[in-house]
Every structure is written in structure tokens, then in C-alpha cells.
Design a protein around this ligand. Structure first.
Ligand code: GAR
Length: 210
């Protein structure tokens, strides 16, 4: 059974989907700790309800991004995890942190990468007049939202959509595809090699599956 540490900054609905999938044995893994850079977020409550240890490490308490990331890594490493999951973790990661977890850290980003890296993706897609939007799961590399893509899910954008409509539509998809990709990883089917992602030793296309 793989040990999974989840990093969060917010509501944690993806965390919940992952916890549920582990508890229902859909994933051959266990969430062994949840770490948040923000106190009081609902993700921490979800973890506590599932009896998962939590840690709050506030970035405001550290003089630099590097020292903050070192503190986070120190806590993560006490759990000896097989997999680090970023689930709505809204921090830019330092190169040393990324390298330390190379090939074992996944992120979910709410856009059809390489479109719209960074923040406010849903708003940017609506303002651009896009008729579709989506979400992407990728291995984390030093390039922000730029690591090898594993799986994407698309949703339509309708003419009368508000930003929240699109956010909610995306989350429904995320709760399906993030547990699936984590299952692949925990079944030893998913790997990163030389900046490319592989499923069952077959190279995943640069645009990902889905
Ligand atoms: C998710 O939509 C995720 O894709 C996004 O934050 C949301 C977290 O929701 N992640 C990012 O924007 C990362 N750059 P949740 O806290 O309910 O899982």
C-alpha cells in the first residue's frame, strides 16, 4: 500500500475524493498526512474527520520561499511517502523542492494545459470566449504548470456561464480523474522518465490522455 501525502490550501474537495477512493480500496494507497499552508481551511477539517494527521505550515512564518519549502519537505519526509499530491496547493515551488520529489509529485491544474498556466484560469477562459475548458493532471517539474501531462478532462463553457458555474463543472471532473491517476501511480503503472510520462511503459502523448 502506497503512502500518500497531500498538500492543500483550500476547500479540499479533491482531497475528499482521494480519501474516499482510498477508503473504498479503489486506490492501493493511504493518505498518511495532509499539509496546508493556510490555517482554518476546510481541507484540514476533512482530513481530521478521516483521522488523518494534519500540519499547518504558514508561509508567512518563513523568511523565504526556500526556507518555507525546506520546512514543508522536512515534515513530508517524516512520513516517507511514495507519492506527493498537490490538491489545490496554491504555492509556487522552489527547484530544490521539486527535484527532491522528482517523479513522485502530481498536480492538478484547472485548465487544458498548456493553455492558461497560473491563476484565474476559469475567468481567463470565459473572457477569451472559449467554448471549452478543462483540467489537467501532470507530473510536477520545475516549469510552473509545465510538467509532463498525464490526463485531461474537458467541459463545455456555455454563453450564460458565470465563473462559479465553470469552477463547479471542472471540480466534478477533477473528482473523477485525480483518483484514477493516483490509482495508476499506486499500481506502479505510471512513471516519469526524462521529462515524459509513461503509462504501462507506453509514452503518454505530450497533450496527455483524455
Ligand atoms: C481545483 O480546481 C484545482 O484544480 C485547483 O484548485 C482547486 C482546488 O479545489 N488548483 C489550482 O488552481 C492549482 N494551481 P479543492 O480545494 O476543492 O480540491
Amino acid at each position: 500500500m502506497k503512502k500518500i501525502v497531500v498538500l492543500v490550501s483550500g476547500s479540499g474537495s479533491n482531497l475528499q475524493a482521494i480519501i474516499d477512493a482510498c477508503q473504498q480500496h479503489q486506490i492501493n494507497g493511504q493518505v498518511v498526512a495532509v499539509i496546508s499552508n493556510k490555517a482554518g481551511v476546510y481541507a484540514l477539517e476533512r482530513a481530521s474527520q478521516a483521522n488523518i494527521p494534519t500540519h499547518v505550515i504558514s508561509h508567512h512564518d518563513y523568511p523565504s520561499r526556500e526556507i518555507f519549502d525546506q520546512a514543508v519537505a522536512t515534515i513530508i519526509d517524516t512520513y516517507h511517502p511514495d507519492l506527493i499530491i498537490l490538491a489545490g496547493y496554491m504555492r509556487i515551488l522552489t527547484p530544490d523542492f521539486v527535484d527532491h520529489y522528482a517523479g513522485k509529485m502530481l498536480n492538478i491544474h484547472p485548465s487544458l494545459l498548456p493553455k492558461y498556466p497560473g491563476l484565474h484560469t476559469h475567468r481567463r477562459a470565459i473572457e477569451a470566449g472559449d467554448s471549452e475548458h478543462g483540467t489537467t493532471i501532470h507530473f510536477v517539474t520545475q516549469e510552473l504548470d509545465g510538467g509532463p501531462i498525464i490526463l485531461q478532462a474537458k467541459v463545455p463553457i456555455f454563453a450564460d456561464d458565470e465563473e462559479q458555474d465553470v469552477i463547479d463543472r471542472i471540480l466534478v471532473q477533477e473528482h473523477q480523474i485525480y483518483p484514477l491517476v493516483i490509482k495508476w501511480f499506486c499500481d506502479n503503472r505510471l512513471k516519469m522518465l526524462n521529462d515524459a510520462a509513461y503509462l504501462d511503459d507506453k509514452r503518454i502523448p505530450a497533450s496527455g490522455y483524455g
